[in-house]
Design a protein around this ligand. Structure first.
Ligand code: ATP
Length: 211
């Protein structure tokens, strides 16, 4: 089935990896069918939203019968380009950067941190797992327009300047773990993950909006 990616709303597109991960787990446990209410319970998205999301992909399921797990899985794999490995780089091999490099998305073999950059003498030239750490000065020549995505785990006060350097090196997507708000050209996408804000907001909700 050919799907016009441009027609999938951004909010739906953002949920695709969530669906995909859950379907992979279902598949691994040998399940062949899943209903939208089961899916809803597992991924915590209401079932009307799931049905609407899935409607953008054409007829993937029959009412009352559930969705075919294998079919959905291969559909999502194609849509999310899971058959192609996306090379990712990481800049800032501190505590958080090191943790992410060790994790290295091993459950998801379509994204991999291929190389990392830092400026600290005691880090440059070393490896974490099999991932080499280079000096940031070598960024442009090392990525050579082959890497489009960068994870940013540097100190906040260096983030903007480094983001500029990443963009100059051809990076089109930045996963920003620093608290800094980055300014980038229109054709570059930044997703921001501020762990302390997330934690504070969870605590605030727990206190003020008890379930
Ligand atoms: P560490 O405990 O290793 O010092 P940390 O987790 O406390 O790190 P930060 O001080 O935020 O974290 O630094 C994160 C990483 O970013 C460090 O490895 C540091 O060397 C690196 N870093 C700092 N400034 C720059 C820069 N201008 N360019 C690239 N990397 C940088």
């Amino acid at each position: 089935m050919d799907i016009d990616q441009a027609k999938i709303p951004q909010a739906t597109a953002k949920r695709l990896p969530l669906y995909y991960r859950f379907l992979e787990n279902l598949h691994a446990s040998g399940k062949h069918r899943v209903s939208s209410s089961e899916l809803s319970e597992a991924v915590k998205v209401d079932s009307a939203t799931i049905r609407r999301d899935f409607s953008y992909f054409g007829a993937l399921g029959k009412k009352g019968y559930g969705y075919n797990v294998n079919y959905l899985l291969s559909f999502f794999r194609k849509t999310l380009d899971q058959d192609e490995v996306t090379k990712v780089t990481l800049v800032g091999v501190g505590n958080l950067g090191t943790a992410l490099m060790n994790y290295n998305f091993s459950k998801n073999n379509s994204t991999r941190i291929e190389m990392a950059f830092d400026v600290a003498e005691d880090k440059v030239g070393k490896k974490i797992g099999s991932v080499p750490i280079y000096h940031l000065d070598e960024f442009k020549e090392r990525v050579a327009n082959e890497v489009e995505v960068a994870i940013l785990t540097v100190p906040a006060n260096a983030a903007q300047q480094i983001a500029d350097q990443l963009v100059a090196g051809g990076i089109k997507g930045i996963l920003n773990f620093t608290p800094a708000r980055l300014t980038v050209p229109d054709d570059v996408r930044v997703h921001h993950i501020d762990l302390s804000v997330e934690l504070q907001s969870l605590i605030y909700f727990l206190r003020h909006y008890p379930i």
